[in-house]
Write a protein that binds this ligand. Structure first.
Ligand SMILES: Nc1ncnc2c1ncn2[C@@H]1O[C@H](COP(=O)(O)OP(=O)(O)OP(=O)(O)O)[C@@H](O)[C@H]1O
Length: 659
């Protein structure tokens, strides 16, 4: 569906102009440009690198400090076995279709989405529907009229089917997508060729540790596994108390099949992930849920999507959790905290929604999953995944390694427990089982009560049993009554052991930064459009612009004083002493999103203060250097806003020189 994407000032968004600003002001560029650039890899220039640092600072404060999370830094290089156990080796894949004639590789869901969306656009053009608000542009008008002539009108049933298909695309398996491609004659849009059926391709970058090749490894595709494998240390650090949470900020790598949409789909990206461990018997309640209960969120649920809808309902998180729309309090608490974080950094609340995962989209072990999606000129994009991963990860790693990854908690009252146990006579079994001894021991421990009871009966009857054992030849071992016995034992239990469940908010920092830049971008309509990046003062990459009225060495002492004071206040600043007019200097720095400009003029030399200009309103106030600096520091630390500064400091009465 065509999204009428507008800037914060309500203007049609001009992506070409926006991208040109990003290039001109060196926010980012494709990596290794002199060698022809590599798709899906980007370098950040000073404005974006600083913006990222500011956003990360707020993330650390909002999550790690405020929620008392345990920050971790885990290795990016990950042994094969870890990711085999987690399921990534077998399942971390996307479906791709190959164009057999050109060799082009296309991601199956993107291919379907692009073709179906373009058919729907063509249908709207054929119906003469207005697609974007750029109708006034005569060139575009002409282009549209031409497109409308060539456009293909769909019948109502097909149109409905296409709309439903797009709303439910995330729910399709590889086979489903193959069937859709055949049914709707979906071809490679660039060549017009038919494509081969979807095949699954793993997205991890494989490598090896050491030179022998004996230790295969991957660059991690997420930071989570390192956090799970640090579980015991985390539990020790939190004095054995749950709930507890770890957090990690670091790079992840995915060999995306068709990187596109700039920073939205790249092959190397910064993630900020939280693993919140909770006792499942607590009903996954959150101690601070009451403080967020009445917060309203835009929630697009699974049912609405299944019916082809895309409009979220506004509900309080209290209502959503009470009605079980959101599975539990902890998940609900994090959805609210994610939204508050987004608002804190300056994301437009009208361009944010939470979308529930469809049944097939969710990992098989997940209890519930919601994505925080942000609207950009590319449509709604997942920027944070918030999943309830249940006990899956800790359980599989415990099973694979034999490491205890549970919580042990004293019971209020001892409980009498009757259970079947398998007793292995190690003296006798050692020489017979040899290297398999450990594996058999682990397998016997893992047998269910039911299976152990059956084994005891079989032993009595036949004197031997067959037990499944992972990692041995044939996958099973025959054991006779000489070396193993199955008996029912009664004991008093004083401790409870359980595997915590994990709620995981997972942030893609690059996607958030890109959306944020689009949300902050607008143009000042004057003789010609001038672009502005309205970054909040708290996150702006550079906080202050220092502009002497003219190139004149007499300004040097006041500038030096200002610089020292800004430095003392730990505020980043830029001095623009170039010969061009003040207005031009302001406007070219508006493109960098510098929120405040301090102008030093001849009156400043007589101790009559300096002028402070605010980027978005272009309004100015004048006061003593100390008062202006106090105001700037307060606004950059988020302690005061421009409205209140304007009330307490006199407006600048002189000529406001804007280009
Ligand atoms: N290729 C990528 N480029 C940039 N950010 C990404 C990429 N893949 C994932 N992310 C970010 O990491 C977050 C968590 O990853 P997750 O595994 O949930 O994503 P995903 O469901 O695989 O994303 P998608 O379906 O868009 O590929 C996402 O919400 C997103 O912000």
């Amino acid at each position: 569906m065509a999204t009428e994407y507008k800037t914060r000032a309500g203007q049609p968004f001009d992506r070409a102009a926006f991208e040109s600003l990003l290039r001109r002001k060196v926010f980012l560029w494709q990596s290794f440009e002199p060698y022809g650039a590599v798709k899906g890899l980007f370098d950040y220039g000073p404005p974006l690198e600083n913006l990222e640092a500011e956003v990360i600072n707020i993330w650390r404060d909002h999550f790690i400090r405020h929620e008392k999370m345990m920050a971790l830094k885990c290795s990016m290089l990950t042994p094969y076995e870890v990711l085999k156990t987690s399921g990534h080796v077998d399942k971390f894949a996307d479906f791709m279709c190959k164009d057999p004639k050109t060799g082009e590789i296309l991601r199956s869901d993107h291919l379907i989405k692009d073709v179906i969306e373009s058919r729907l656009t063509s249908d709207r053009e054929a119906r003469g529907e207005k697609i974007e608000e750029t109708e006034e542009d005569p060139k575009l008008k002409k282009k549209k009229a031409k497109a409308a002539k060539a456009a293909v009108r769909l019948d109502e049933a097909t149109k409905k089917e296409y709309e439903h298909l797009l709303a439910t695309l995330d729910d399709q398996t590889g086979d489903d997508m193959g069937a859709l491609i055949r049914k709707h004659d979906i071809r490679n849009p660039t060549s017009g060729n038919e494509v081969e059926p979807p095949v699954s391709v793993n997205l991890m970058f494989q490598t090896q540790i050491g030179a022998t090749g004996k230790e295969p490894a991957f660059l991690r595709p997420e930071t989570a596994q390192g956090q799970f494998l640090s579980f015991q240390k985390l539990l020790e650090f939190s004095d054995g108390q749950l709930p507890m949470a770890s957090a990690s900020i670091g790079y992840s790598f995915r060999n995306e099949l068709s990187p596109r949409s700039g920073l939205l789909r790249v092959r190397e990206f910064l993630m900020a992930e939280v693993e919140h461990f909770v006792d499942p018997q607590s009903g996954k309640r959150h101690p601070k849920f009451a403080s967020v209960r009445d917060t309203k969120l835009p929630l697009l649920d699974r049912k609405t999507q299944n019916e082809g809808g895309s409009t979220p309902q506004i509900k309080t998180i209290g209502e959503a959790v009470d009605s079980k729309l959101v599975d539990n309090e902890t998940l609900g608490y994090f959805l609210v905290r994610i939204m508050l974080f987004m608002e804190k950094i300056g994301i437009d609340p009208a361009k944010l929604r939470f979308r529930q995962h469809m049944a097939n989209e969710m990992a098989h072990y997940a209890a519930d999953c919601w994505d925080c999606e942000l609207l950009s000129s590319y449509g709604w994009i997942e920027c944070v995944g918030c999943a309830d991963r249940s006990a899956y990860d800790l359980s599989v790693h415990e099973k694979a390694t034999g490491t205890f990854l549970k919580v042990r908690e004293p019971l209020k009252e001892p409980v009498r427990v009757e259970e079947w146990v398998a007793n292995l006579d190690k003296k006798k079994s050692g020489p017979r089982l040899k290297k398999d001894q450990g594996k058999v021991e682990a397998a016997l421990k893992g047998l269910s009560q039911e299976f152990k009871e059956k084994c005891s009966l079989a032993m009595e009857k036949e004197g031997k049993v067959e037990v499944p054992v992972e990692g041995v030849e044939g996958g099973k071992v025959e054991l006779d009554k000489d070396i193993v016995s199955f008996v029912k034992e009664t004991r008093m239990e004083t401790m409870r052991e359980y595997t915590p469940n994990v709620i995981e908010p997972s942030f893609g920092v690059g996607r958030i930064l890109y959306s944020l830049m689009e949300h902050c971008y607008w143009t000042r309509e004057k003789d010609e459009a001038r672009s502005v990046m309205s970054f909040k003062p708290t996150i702006a990459p550079i906080k202050v612009l220092l502009v002497p009225l003219q190139k004149d060495s007499r300004f040097a002492p006041v500038l030096a004083d200002l610089e020292a004071k800004l430095d003392d206040a730990q505020l980043s600043f830029k001095v623009d002493q170039s010969g061009v007019s003040i207005g031009k200097r302001y406007s070219r720095n508006d493109e960098l999103g510098i929120p405040f400009g301090i102008t030093v003029d001849y009156e400043s030399l007589e101790g009559k203060g300096v002028t402070l200009r605010e980027r978005d309103s272009t309004k100015q106030v004048r006061s003593s250097l100390e008062e202006i600096l106090d105001a700037v520091v307060a606004m950059c630390k988020g302690k005061e806003n421009w409205e209140s500064v304007q009330k307490r400091l006199p407006a600048f009465e002189g000529k406001v020189e804007e280009e």
